[in-house]
Design a protein around this ligand. Sequence first.
Ligand code: CMP
Length: 139
Amino acid sequence: MASNRTFTMIKPTAFKKNYTGAILKMIIEEGFQIRAMKLTRLTNEQAGAFYAVHKGKPFYESLVEFMSSGPIVAIILEKENAVEAFRNFIGATNPEQAADGTIRKLYGTSLQQNAVHGSDSDENAEIESGFFFSKMERY
Ligand code: CMP
């Protein structure tokens, strides 16, 4: 059975451009409940660990550098079938290919700076949530 939680991050460019409020409004209006949220910043080492699954890919170093370049907003969300529902909701990884009206289409500027991250499996949602939140910090 699918888990009802997923993990997202508002990426540095989207935060810097003050899109956080608009993005959160869309997420909440779509029916996702916020279960944990934190404004923070990743060190280069932490970003490297977060995206370790991509280590060795041509975009890895640049992605790690970007993700540690400024504040991010880390969020745990709850909704039925959350991982799949959220990925469908935010649009394709590449904003150019994302459907009109999706967060990535509206607020993403490139494949790397695609406004928000979304967990790709229940297992990764739990691992990624653990990077930022203890069990006590989840509601
Ligand atoms: P995200 O959902 O955060 O998960 C991994 C990230 O890697 C992805 O969003 C993109 O920002 C980035 N990414 C994936 N594929 C590429 C690629 N081919 N070139 C550059 N960045 C990529």
